[in-house]
Design a protein around this ligand. Structure first.
Ligand SMILES: Cc1cc2nc3c(=O)[nH]c(=O)nc-3n(C[C@H](O)[C@H](O)[C@H](O)COP(=O)(O)OP(=O)(O)OC[C@H]3O[C@@H](n4cnc5c(N)ncnc54)[C@H](O)[C@@H]3O)c2cc1C
Length: 369
């Protein structure tokens, strides 16, 4: 395909923002379109842990996530780290012997793959890193020093503002309702819920949990899993922790601005049984209080159930769909970790037609009808 005239990035969460920012930086004409406001989708309701230690199921997926971590560091050097980038490492420990054995096995594998892991004890963590934890002295704790957490909404805002300052257009509060194609199937227009129609020759499907619906607008089948998660924010006058962590049963991280984010896979499993998400928020708070007692005095401010944007086999779908010239996908779980690397690689594919080996296992064609 020729270099595109005008690209519509549909969905402005972390993935759309990263793709659009990279395109705009390389001189492409970009229009960002979001049904709501940039960064307020699942990107704002994520645990937002930048890591590859939890991605050992497939080596190529691990490698992609390691590249994602490096791309974040590079991005922070270009756009500045404040207030979104928090490279404070990640702590993980387990509550029972079986889980401890599994954690230590994974740690060995990660070390074999060249990942930076440091083993210490609860007592050392209390002394040197996190004095506010309730943690047994002898428990083994893994410290992933190169990991981080990201404030997704602030990052999206920074990227979109920079792109708009260099000529990109932002249409928020309006959804893409239809995508028009020419007789050969190539992209021609997008029609918006505010009644407008835009002439474009490329669309990027970065609609997060709605990506399957958006794919349907070009009769493309993108099967996705239904895997919701629940996240609570608690308000703290003084945040009693310095970094993100996996304690037994609960994940906790600072969120900036006197706020702490809580998540737990165990509480996700109760989503269907709860009448009101607030009940789940209280359960998260109860678990968090056991790991960080001072959180007991911090009230739950907000709880939200969000859908993870996960293609059916659990891996990202990134790149062109050859049967629809001009249509590209940027759909992924772990999108916080992967946003900057997917943004860079997909923008380069759109502009040059060249695909990168890092994405070879994650191409959209694997979901051909
Ligand atoms: C509980 C939970 C915990 C998570 N923890 C982590 C983690 O620790 N680390 C990690 O890396 N990832 C994590 N994730 C995953 C990560 O949050 C997502 O992969 C990432 O935020 C996806 O970003 P996105 O840009 O694809 O989607 P979104 O942020 O949802 O953005 C999509 C946008 O598309 C817009 N949109 C939808 N349909 C249309 C339409 N028709 N027209 C126009 N706009 C449209 C929406 O308004 C939305 O703003 C977690 C997710 C959940 C739910």
């Amino acid at each position: 395909m020729e270099r595109p005239e005008r690209v519509a990035v549909i969905g402005v969460g972390i993935l759309g923002a990263c793709v659009g920012w990279n395109l705009s930086r390389q001189g492409a004409e970009v229009v960002f379109i979001d049904a709501g406001q940039p960064g307020e989708g699942v990107t704002n309701w994520s645990f937002s842990w930048v890591n590859a230690s939890n991605k050992t199921a497939r080596k190529t997926y691990f490698d992609l996530n390691v590249a994602g971590m490096a791309a974040h560091r590079e991005l922070a050097g270009i756009i500045g780290p404040e207030p979104w980038w928090h490279p404070s490492g990640h702590l993980r420990w387990a509550g029972d012997p079986a889980a401890q054995t599994k954690l230590l096995e994974t740690t060995e594998l990660l070390a074999d793959w060249g990942y930076r892991v440091e083993l210490s004890t609860g007592a050392e963590v209390l002394r040197h890193l996190e004095p506010g934890l309730a943690i047994p002295d002898e428990v083994p704790v893994v410290f992933y020093r190169d990991e981080a957490w990201v404030h997704g909404r602030h990052l999206v805002r920074r990227l979109v503002d920079q792109a708009v300052a260099s000529g990109a257009e932002l249409r928020s509060g309006t959804a893409v309702r239809a995508i028009g194609t020419a007789a050969d199937g190539s992209i021609q227009t997008v029609t918006l819920s505010d009644g407008g129609t835009l002439a474009v020759d490329v669309v990027v499907n970065a609609a997060g949990p709605s990506a399957s619906h958006l794919a349907g607008l070009v009769t493309r089948r993108l099967p996705m899993r239904a895997e919701p998660g629940v996240v609570a924010r608690v308000s703290c006058a003084q945040v009693p922790l310095h970094r993100a962590m996996h304690a037994p049963h609960i994940e906790i991280r600072p969120d900036g601005d006197g706020s702490v984010v809580l998540h737990s896979r165990e509480i996700d499993a109760l989503i269907d049984t709860a009448e009101n998400p607030a009940e789940l928020g209280w359960l998260l708070h109860e678990l968090a209080r056991h790991a960080v007692p001072e959180l007991g005095g911090c009230p739950v401010a907000e709880t939200r159930v969000a859908n993870r944007p996960i293609p059916a086999d659990g891996f990202p779908s990134v790149g062109a769909v050859p049967s629809v010239p001009g249509y590209y996908e940027a759909v992924s779980h772990s999108g916080i970790t992967l946003g900057p690397v997917i943004g860079r690689l997909l923008a380069s594919e759109i502009l040059s037609g060249e695909t990168d080996e890092l994405l070879a296992d994650f191409r959209p064609e694997r979901f051909a009808p």
